[in-house]
Design a protein around this ligand. Structure first.
Ligand SMILES: [Zn+2]
Length: 374
């Protein structure tokens, strides 16, 4: 990336020997998310522990807070108009209304699913939810709507930093977003943080979203599938083998004006860094051909071998060359980068993986220790 100009906030003590000082990277994060803590999903009718816990983003935040290359920042709140950039108004209204009616300890799953208008005509929001739920991975709790708005605020703050001239920003979002489509929630995702940030970045010109979460971002694909101003490129586990099962094949390339602007690069379960790196090279070539004015990175750490729900075999140290490859692309296209947090569920690995990625992106001259976590 192009080194931003030094500012009064730059300390010059970042260990980038021989390089001019630069401002610390803004890391947007909403404190106080501990109250949003669903306890379980339903898979094939059975409860399973909910891995999308507050400790995930807290671990990343703690790792970055200890270093002067990063500056933690709290975003301004947003209203429903911001998720309304990418989600339908009735979907947002359902979330708001239903969550307000849930009991404090209630975890709600729809009992009836289907794309039937009669569900929407119901005055009973518990029935309406089934119209918008793709699966039973994600219970709604009383705090879900506020948490989703918080994630949107974090993403929006990162986008606004880029609009103000920052060359890189990190939106440490929770809950994640890339499974949430225009009118559906799924896979621990309620509002699509990367997608709404991409819409906010429209004044810059064409945007590319590179999704490196283990799972395919079916929601992001859904939102931009017929668009030619936003390129979506995803490396993920083959949908025949992993969630979301219903999208992510190689032949899903976009429709209408969007034909050719959706690139899926599915890999078999068990993929290690050499296989992943080859797909990443293909993905970066696609982004380079598109010549975006801004790049968004949907960042998942569930590609790690230790991840409890992913099935790839990346190591923590692999995020260092991954960051270097992305930095090389940024230099080629001269585009700013917004990093938006998606998944990653092995809490002890997350801080070190993030530090390695940022070291590869050039945030510090000395790479973080690349070894496996304790
Ligand atoms: Zn994931």
């Amino acid at each position: 990336m192009t080194a931003p100009a030094a500012s009064a906030r730059a300390t010059g003590r970042g260990g980038r020997a021989g390089l001019p000082p630069r401002p610390p990277l803004k890391v947007f994060h909403l404190p106080g998310g501990e109250g949003y803590r669903p306890t379980h999903s339903l898979f094939q009718g059975r409860p399973t522990p909910y891995p999308e816990v507050p400790e995930r983003t807290a671990a990343i935040r703690a790792a970055l807070a200890a270093r002067e290359e990063f500056a933690l920042a709290v975003p301004q709140p947003v209203g429903p108009g911001v998720p309304g950039l990418v989600h339908s108004a009735p979907y947002i209204a359902m979330l708001d209304t239903l969550c307000a009616r849930l009991k404090p300890d209630e975890e709600f799953f729809p009992a009836v699913f289907g794309r039937y208008p009669l569900l929407l005509a119901s005055t009973y929001p518990r029935m309406q939810a089934g119209y918008y739920a793709l699966d039973t991975t994600t219970p709604l709790v009383a705090q879900s709507y506020a948490a989703a708005l918080g994630g949107a605020a974090v993403a929006a703050a990162g986008a606004r930093a880029l609009l103000a001239g920052d060359r890189m920003a990190y939106s440490l979002c929770r809950p994640p977003g890339h499974h949430a489509g225009r009118a559906c929630y799924a896979g621990y995702c309620l509002f699509n943080n990367a997608a709404l940030a991409a819409e906010l970045l429209a004044p810059l010109g064409r945007r590319a979203i590179l999704d490196i979460d283990f799972h395919h971002g079916n929601g992001t694909q859904d939102i931009f599938y017929e668009r030619d101003d936003v390129l979506y490129v995803s490396i993920h586990c083959r949908p025949e083998q992993a969630y979301p099962y219903v999208a992510g094949t190689h032949d899903e390339t976009g429709a209408g004006r969007g034909r050719g602007y959706n690139v899926n690069l599915p890999l078999d379960a068990g993929a290690d860094w050499p296989r992943y790196a080859a797909a990443l090279e293909t993905a970066l070539e696609a982004v380079q051909r598109f010549r975006p004015a801004a790049l968004l990175l949907s960042l998942g750490f569930d590609t790690l071998a230790q991840d409890p729900i992913g099935a790839f075999r990346l190591e923590v140290g692999d995020f260092l060359p991954m960051g270097r490859a992305i930095a090389q692309l940024l230099a080629q296209v001269a585009a700013p980068l917004l990093i938006v947090q998606e998944g990653g569920y092995h809490v002890p690995s997350l801080g070190q993986a993030a530090l390695n990625l940022f070291a590869g992106l050039g945030l510090s001259a000395e790479p973080a220790t690349a070894g496996a976590p304790a």
